[in-house]
Design a protein around this ligand. Structure first.
Ligand SMILES: [Zn+2]
Length: 98
């Protein structure tokens, strides 16, 4: 699965490359050479969901097993959502640029 560049519309990143992206880093498109990233809101949402799940797991069943049992599936789900549903954006993008 290739992910489309927000600049030129060509497939520019593999899923592995996209999985390694966040709003804190970027990767250059193979075609246009421009930096692409994922939306900043995604990173915030991922962190909030992960922290809430880990805190809930710790409250329900303290211990490293509970943290792993909750954290690993949640992290996998968040990664799946990022790969499947979140489009790439122009790096450093903000609505004010429009
Ligand atoms: Zn491009």
């Amino acid at each position: 699965m290739r992910h489309l560049c927000p600049y030129c519309g060509n497939p520019c990143l593999s899923s592995l490359q996209k999985a390694a992206l966040s709003s804190l880093n970027s990767k250059d498109c193979n075609h246009s050479g421009k930096p692409v990233s994922t939306p900043q809101a995604l990173l915030v949402a991922q962190l909030v969901v992960l922290v809430v799940c880990l805190v809930a797991a710790k409250a329900l069943a303290p211990g490293p097993i509970a943290i792993l049992a909750a954290g690993v599936p949640v992290a996998a789900l968040l990664l799946f959502i990022q790969l499947k549903y979140v489009p790439l954006v122009k790096s450093g993008y903000s609505p004010d640029d429009e």
